[in-house]
Design a binder for this molecule. Sequence first.
Ligand SMILES: Cc1cn([C@H]2C[C@H](O)[C@@H](COP(=O)(O)OP(=O)(O)OP(=O)(O)O)O2)c(=O)[nH]c1=O
Length: 212
Amino acid sequence: MLILASGSPRRRELLASAGVDCTVLRVDIDETPSAGELPTDYIARMVSAKAKAAVQALQSDPSLLKISETAEDTQIVLTADTIGVLPDGRSVLIKPEDKADAFAMWQQMSGVNHQIWTAVQATQVKKAADDTITVTNTVNILEKTDVQFVALDDAMMERYWQSGEPQDKAGGYAIQGGAAAWVARIDGSYTNVVGLPLAQTLTLLQQLGHQV
Ligand SMILES: Cc1cn([C@H]2C[C@H](O)[C@@H](COP(=O)(O)OP(=O)(O)OP(=O)(O)O)O2)c(=O)[nH]c1=O
């Protein structure tokens, strides 16, 4: 069975909607961007740090890995990271720290286009007889979706902040929730915005020989 190393319920639900069962392993990493770090570098660092943390957790508790110790028996650990990117191509939007941070992000997205990027990493691991976990293959994809927001006023932003939904979402919004009314159009994968580009992820899993 697939190990989804993500605390995001959206990712698990998307995989379940495609009939993919997974075991959830929560990993906690520092998601602070470095000064001047470009979106491509930041998102690659995040998705790989989440995978490293997951492999470490498996190493501490190898019983989480439901595979035998034969060389052919491997398991896939899936990690993902979702960010917003402003039209300057440099500004990364992650989860808002507080209300002021959310408002500042939304003001920059009001009435214009931004992009949502999700990076997905499939890390194939195997277990040796002494319970050592080794990574046998790593494959990454990066999917980008253009999103255009309507013009937002203070009352719309205030109402949405009070809903409690923005707090744990990249860019401080959920297209699958209250912010659906803010989205004039998108160009690209919808599920990518929700946190996991489903069709592309299934292709990735198939490439690694995982039955989907
Ligand atoms: C833009 C957008 C983001 N999101 C979510 C997807 C991700 O869960 C979250 C971005 O944060 P992430 O750090 O990508 O994911 P996470 O912290 O929820 O889970 P983990 O790190 O354990 O994998 O924002 C939506 O649900 N809807 C949206 O429209």
